[in-house]
Design a protein around this ligand. Structure first.
Ligand code: HXC
Length: 514
């Protein structure tokens, strides 16, 4: 065979494999409103940047007539490419090939690209669209999953790991996304569950659709297993691309800096907090009033909305923002919001992203439900994550900072580097109403007019404690600043923290209250 013929043969071989599972399967994929694995990679990466590896890998299974079946690329496409010039490792399961099911060689292709990503220090993106363990391959499929989970764990905190669920992700397969940092889902396309509707029907006699069991809305609104919701695959890819711009390639690097941009005029920080201290407001407007270009990239937007977390830039540098949301349940801390914030804080700390905390909360949510759901353990995760984090930590107390909430929201006592308070801050053990009822109970009860006396005592307590000056007098906060000064104080604090280093006692690892 001449060289020219060999090259033609190579292209023919490639083309055959690249058609995936054949016309019928492709049509089915399209009819479900899903892109093909290759189209997904193409849509996500920079034009012509994808380099594919292991195209010719074949499965080795001989059981159940599998030796007669050729599975194109063994049902998964792997390689490297770039997003806005940032390098990434990527794999995409091909549902048109045996339902994207995972056998040993399919898993080996994934683990190989995972190993590459760790060695090269680049983020890894996994696109999941699979019926789970390839049933014909038995324990070899399970082995494959185990090897992926092991690597997900070792890569955690070393390179950013992103999971995209674009089809079924069933059975133990969901544990790979669960071990990664960010999970993206698409309405009507993503389905994540451990035990599917069939099993539930058999074991429990209950009928439920895949969508209601583990669709995109369920996973972003109820469970919090997924971080980003979108209505289409195209929208999902735009979200991933944006995320990549905010995070570093690995844990030894900083995120790429952008040219600084002032916040948009639209957000007037001095007007955001209402005159009446009990009135809610959207804390995202405070974030947008201080960050570059008023561009806030929110994570977990649909879950535990009483706390807001996400990325922004200050003077061009990525920061992680954690903020109580007075608009939702007055911004209280509870089981889910503690989990949400704690996980985000650990990501930022692992990847050299400074933390900005905005405080306005009445404390932890009281109630039997919360106590029985383990608010003690979950709430402790927040304390642990803030205390453990060694990246620059800057806290601004906007309004209420009561009780345990004051301590938990990155107070000086948990190692904040700088704590500033607005003049509207109220730092106290509890709100004036509750406090007055307890400490002045006898005076109120014995008064000729108990209601009038309560009012007086609430006012007395408010004047004494519901302000930032006692905390300032004790050095618990570093400065009382006006809202207009916030951006400048944040940028200055970040600039002088670039060489921050903290020595901690040597240990193998801590034991967070999982
Ligand atoms: C082998 C599989 C497969 C699997 C699907 N296929 N899942 N082949 N192993 N796990 C094949 C089908 O036989 C079919 O092949 C093709 O993929 C498309 O599947 P359909 O069923 O036609 O597609 P659809 O109707 O869209 O249904 C998708 C599905 C369903 C809901 C995912 O296929 C399904 O329920 N699959 C099994 C899911 C499951 O129980 N997996 C094991 C989970 S246990 P043909 O040749 O007909 O086109 C697990 C353990 C992991 O994953 C443990 C790790 C710790």
């Amino acid at each position: 065979m001449s060289i020219a013929q060999k090259i033609i043969e190579l292209f023919k071989r490639k083309e055959k494999i690249q058609t995936g599972g054949g016309q019928k399967a492709l049509e089915k994929q399209m009819s479900m409103g899903k892109m093909t694995a290759r189209a997904r990679i193409k849509a996500l990466l920079d034009p012509n940047s994808f380099h594919e590896y292991d195209l010719f890998v074949e499965h080795k299974c001989k059981d159940f007539d599998m030796d007669k079946k050729q599975l194109a690329a063994d049902g998964v496409i792997t390689g490297t490419g770039t997003i806005y010039g940032h390098p990434v490792g990527i794999y995409a399961q091909d549902f048109t090939v045996a339902g994207g099911s995972l056998g040993l060689m399919h898993a080996r292709k994934i683990t190989k690209i995972m190993d590459h990503a760790v060695k090269l220090g680049i983020p890894l993106i996994g696109i999941n669209d699979s019926g789970g363990a390839r049933i014909q391959e038995g324990v070899n499929s399970l082995a494959g999953y185990g090897e992926i989970f092991y690597r997900n764990t070792l890569a955690s905190g070393v390179i950013p790991q992103i999971s995209v669920i674009l089809g079924p992700c069933a059975g133990g397969a969901v544990y790979s996304p669960a071990l990664t940092d960010f999970v993206f889902v698409v309405d009507n396309i993503s389905k994540m569950f451990i035990t599917g509707p069939e099993v539930i029907k058999t074991v429990l006699g209950e009928e439920i659709s895949m969508e209601d069991l583990g669709g995109a809305k369920v996973q972003t609104e109820i469970t919090g297993n997924a971080h980003f919701f979108s209505s289409s695959e195209a929208e999902c890819f735009e979200q991933i691309k944006k995320l990549i711009t905010y995070i570093p390639w690995n844990n030894t690097k900083k995120a790429t800096a952008f040219p600084p941009k002032r916040p948009k005029e639209l957000y007037k920080i001095e007007k955001i907090i209402p005159q009446v201290p009990t009135k809610p407001y959207d804390v995202r407007n405070v974030i947008k009033a201080v960050c570059d270009d008023s561009d806030f990239f929110e994570i977990h937007e649909r879950w535990a909305a009483n706390i807001v977390v996400g990325f922004a830039r200050l003077d061009g540098e990525t920061v992680g923002v954690v903020a109580n949301q007075p608009m939702v349940m007055a911004g209280v801390l509870d089981v889910d919001s503690s989990d949400k914030a704690a996980r985000f804080i650990r990501f930022c700390d692992a990847f050299n992203i400074p933390l900005i905390t905005l405080v306005d909360l009445p404390g932890y949510l009281p109630g039997v439900d919360q106590e029985h759901a383990g608010v003690i353990r979950h709430g402790a995760k927040l304390l642990y994550s803030y205390s453990e984090a060694t990246v620059p930590k800057i806290t601004i107390i906007l309004r209420k900072a009561y009780g345990g909430g004051y301590i938990a929201m990155c107070s000086r006592h948990l190692g904040a580097d700088f704590v500033f308070a607005w003049p509207t801050a109220e730092i106290a053990v509890m709100g004036p109403e509750g406090a007055a009822n307890i400490i002045f109970r006898n005076e109120i009860l014995n008064a000729a007019d108990p209601n009038e006396m309560r009012k007086l005592k609430v006012q007395e307590y408010t004047e004494k404690f519901a302000n930032p000056y006692i905390a300032a007098a004790n050095g618990h906060i570093d400065a009382v600043i006006s809202p207009e000064e916030t951006r400048e104080f944040l940028i200055h604090s970040l600039k002088i923290s670039v060489n921050k280093s903290e020595n901690r006692a040597n240990k193998k690892h801590g034991i967070p209250p999982f």
